[in-house]
Every structure is written in structure tokens, then in C-alpha cells.
Ligand binder design. Structure first.
Ligand SMILES: Nc1ncnc2c1ncn2[C@@H]1O[C@H](COP(=O)(O)OP(=O)(O)OP(=O)(O)O)[C@@H](O)[C@H]1O
Ligand code: SF4
Ligand SMILES: [Mg+2]
Length: 392
């Protein structure tokens, strides 16, 4: 038995990043065709870090989150790529194994708590159930060991060891109280006996956070966790997620429309458009030194301390139709700097600096040097100056 354990230990896969997502592709197969909602995403997240995912509505943020959890609704399917957690491949794992990982190692907080909480059960019932399902305590125990003596007779001995046990009802209740206290809910014993309708939106979102964290996940996915709340409560909830993340040292994937949130909370950011990652980098790089026209557009469309007196400008043009993607760069119909090459070829990811990458031909220095970056028409001449100097 000891040898077996040793062997298993040696077989543990080695890994560089806690979560490693490579070329992830998720599609919805609808009568009109294949909707490529996530189309070749590659990113990593480490413990103690927050990765932000930003993008317009319909860009593939939630589908990325649901793919990580493998909770895609029909007719959605992961059609390619890899999701590795601590080096272990999750794509293709049997549902039984995935169920252990969900709620245990990975937890998700949804945008709308009312869709995740059952209105006919008390909050206590629902939190305790999550704890009973996924939380395990390690307790000391005696491990039976059977060997044979020189005459071939069985010899039974007992050694000190540990085993994992389900919590008792009392332990689950104590843990639920502890979690409600952690997320700032007063009188937790009384609150556990109440139903979801007896709470405000902000309180329910705190309860969702408590449920997501009660089993101490290693990876927390928060999909627009504050969109349904008013601004002051939003700030409190985000601070709460950040402080708990620091305390527990989890890896966090935070999905948000709000680039201000990204600048404040995230370490790294990926920007999605039409199911693809078009820009990535540290939060400071993306916020203060955006390169992709789409990211610049997202930043112009949100209120910041700097632009309080300016008009907010939405990104011009129609939102993308994933069933009718243009050839080349998907952003070209909306991009003021579109060049002839953008209409023919997809721009591969280019290095802007060591902590910043961007999928745009304006940063294809080799093409710029060869004079191959021709504008679609002359009227763009002035608007393109900025991009050209960036490429230089
Ligand atoms: N159930 C579904 N059936 C068909 N297509 C879907 C389904 N769910 C998502 N999609 C497609 O996947 C795309 C990405 O959806 P997703 O929910 O990830 O967007 P999002 O970036 O989270 O947007 P939002 O900010 O509005 O939440 C959508 O534009 C849609 O075309
Ligand atoms: S310049 Fe070309 S590649 Fe870059 S965003 Fe505009 S259309 Fe896309
Ligand atoms: Mg979404």
C-alpha cells in the first residue's frame, strides 16, 4: 500500500501554471450553423492572482467561464483545446470526476444570484448542502495493515494515518455561520433560517460568495458578480472578493464589463472580441497603454476619473454576428485604421512588450518595414498616423 501511494505521488503531473488553458474552442451548434463562441483561447492563471476577462456583450466571456466549469448548456460543446488544473486535463473527464471538481476545487459566482438560489429552501439549507457535498475534513485514524509472517500466517497491525470525512450536520452549520460572518452578514444564525426573498440583492450576492467559497476552492470564477447591484454595493462586493482572495490565496478569473474594476483588482487582463482574445497584458498595460482599437473603444465608453467632463463614446458600428464573421480581422468593419491586409488575413498575436500582446496588424513591424500595410482608402490617412508610429 505504501509503495502504491509512493507511486501515485510520483505520477502527479508537473505543471507550470495552476490553470493552463490552451487553444480552447467552444461552439454552439444551432440550425443556422456553428457559433464559435470561444475560438482558440489560450491563457494561464496562478494561485494568488486575479485574471480579468473583458469585452463587449456577446464576446464569449461567460462561455469561457462555463467551459472552464464544463457547465455548457445544450447545444454548446467544447470542440477543441485543453483545460489543465494543476496539470490535470479536465476536458474529457467523466461527469462523475467533474462533479467532484466543481464546487470543490473550482467554484463560480453568477451574475444573478436569484438564478442560482432556490426560492423554496432557506439559505441555511442551501449553504449546508453545498458544504456536505464538497467539504471534507481530514481526521486522524488507524490504518489497517495486513502482512504475512515467515510461516505464511496473516499479521494485522494498525498504523497512525489520516482520512477524509464528510462534515457532520453540526460542522456544516458551524461552517455556514463562519462563511456568512466572513462575507459580512450580521446575525448569521438567524439569517440561515431565512428564505432568499427576505434578502436584498447585495446580501444575496454576498451569500452566493459565501456558498462559492465555503469549500475553499482553489479557483474562483466570478462572472459579472456585481452587475445587478448598485454602485456602492458593487464596490463593497469587489473589495470583499479581493480581501478573501488574498486571505485564501485562490486563483480568480473575474469577468466584467467594467475596465475600472480591472485596473483596480486584476493582475492580468484578456480582452475578448468575437470569441477571440485580441489583446492581453498586465492590468496597467491594458488600462494605461491599450493598443487594440477595440480596447481603446472599450476604454472610451466607460466613465473614469479622467473623462468625467467628456462625452462617453460607444464603439461605432454593429456588434459582431458570429454566424457571419468577416474575413480577416473580425474588428475590421468597425476599425478606423483597417488596412487591405486586415480584410484578408487574421492578425496573429504580436508582442508589444514583455507584458503586453495584441492581435493587430498595426504592430506587425516586419510588414510595416516592408511597406505592406496599405490603407483601405486615402481618407484614413490621418487617423492611421498613431498606429503607424506605434509600429515604428
Ligand atoms: N445557448 C446558446 N445558444 C446559442 N448561442 C449561444 C448560447 N449561449 C451563448 N451563445 C453565443 O455565444 C456568444 C458569446 O456568449 P457569452 O454569453 O459568452 O457572451 P458574454 O461575453 O458573456 O456577454 P455578456 O456580457 O452579455 O454576458 C453569444 O454571442 C452567442 O452568440
Ligand atoms: S488595424 Fe486591422 S488588424 Fe488592427 S484592429 Fe484594425 S482591422 Fe483589425
Ligand atoms: Mg456573460
Amino acid at each position: 500500500m505504501e509503495n502504491n501511494e509512493l507511486e501515485l505521488e510520483n505520477q502527479k503531473p508537473s505543471y507550470e501554471h495552476f490553470l493552463e488553458v490552451k487553444d480552447l474552442r467552444t461552439s454552439f451548434f444551432i440550425p443556422a450553423g456553428e457559433v464559435k463562441s470561444v475560438d482558440g483561447s489560450t491563457f494561464n492563471v496562478d494561485k494568488g492572482k486575479i485574471l480579468g476577462i473583458v469585452g463587449e456583450s456577446g464576446s464569449g466571456k461567460s462561455v469561457t467561464a462555463y467551459s472552464l466549469m464544463q457547465i455548457l448548456s445544450h447545444p454548446g460543446k467544447i470542440v477543441g483545446g485543453s483545460i489543465k488544473l494543476e496539470g490535470r486535463e479536465l476536458v474529457g473527464l467523466p461527469e462523475r470526476e467533474l462533479a467532484k471538481i466543481r464546487g470543490g476545487k473550482i467554484s463560480i459566482i453568477f451574475q444573478d444570484p436569484m438564478t442560482s438560489l432556490n426560492p423554496v429552501y432557506t439559505i441555511g439549507n442551501q449553504i449546508r448542502e453545498a458544504i456536505m457535498l464538497h467539504k471534507r475534513y481530514t481526521v486522524p485514524c488507524k490504518i489497517k495493515k495486513v502482512t504475512r509472517d515467515e510461516n505464511g500466517n496473516k499479521v494485522v497491525t494498525y498504523e497512525d494515518g489520516f482520512k477524509e470525512v464528510k462534515p457532520t450536520r453540526k460542522q456544516a452549520n458551524d461552517r455556514a455561520i463562519e462563511m456568512l460572518e466572513l462575507v459580512g452578514i450580521n446575525s448569521p444564525e438567524k439569517r440561515l433560517k431565512q428564505y432568499p426573498f427576505e434578502f436584498s440583492g447585495g446580501m444575496l450576492q454576498r451569500i452566493m460568495i459565501a456558498m462559492a467559497l465555503c469549500c475553499e476552492p482553489d479557483l474562483l470564477i466570478a462572472d459579472e458578480p456585481t452587475t445587478a447591484l448598485d454602485v456602492t454595493i458593487q464596490a463593497q462586493i469587489l473589495e470583499l472578493i479581493q480581501s478573501i482572495q488574498k486571505k485564501m490565496g485562490m486563483a480568480v478569473v473575474l469577468i466584467t464589463h467594467d475596465l475600472g474594476v480591472v485596473a483596480e483588482l486584476c493582475d492580468e487582463v484578456i480582452v475578448m472580441y468575437g470569441g477571440k482574445i485580441v489583446e492581453r497584458g498586465t492590468a496597467d498595460e491594458i488600462f494605461y497603454n491599450p493598443k487594440h482599437e477595440y480596447t481603446k473603444g472599450l476604454l472610451r465608453s466607460i466613465p473614469t476619473n479622467e473623462n468625467t467632463n467628456e462625452r462617453l463614446v460607444p464603439i461605432s458600428g454593429n456588434a459582431i454576428d458570429l454566424l457571419n464573421l468577416p474575413k480577416g480581422c473580425a474588428f475590421s468593419p468597425r476599425c478606423p485604421h483597417a488596412m487591405k491586409i486586415c480584410l484578408k488575413q487574421y492578425p496573429d498575436e504580436r508582442v508589444v512588450n514583455e507584458c503586453h500582446k495584441c492581435s493587430c496588424f498595426m504592430y506587425a513591424k516586419e510588414l510595416y518595414d516592408k511597406g505592406e500595410l496599405e490603407l483601405v482608402n486615402e481618407s484614413q490617412e490621418n487617423t492611421s498616423k498613431e498606429g503607424e508610429s506605434d509600429a515604428e
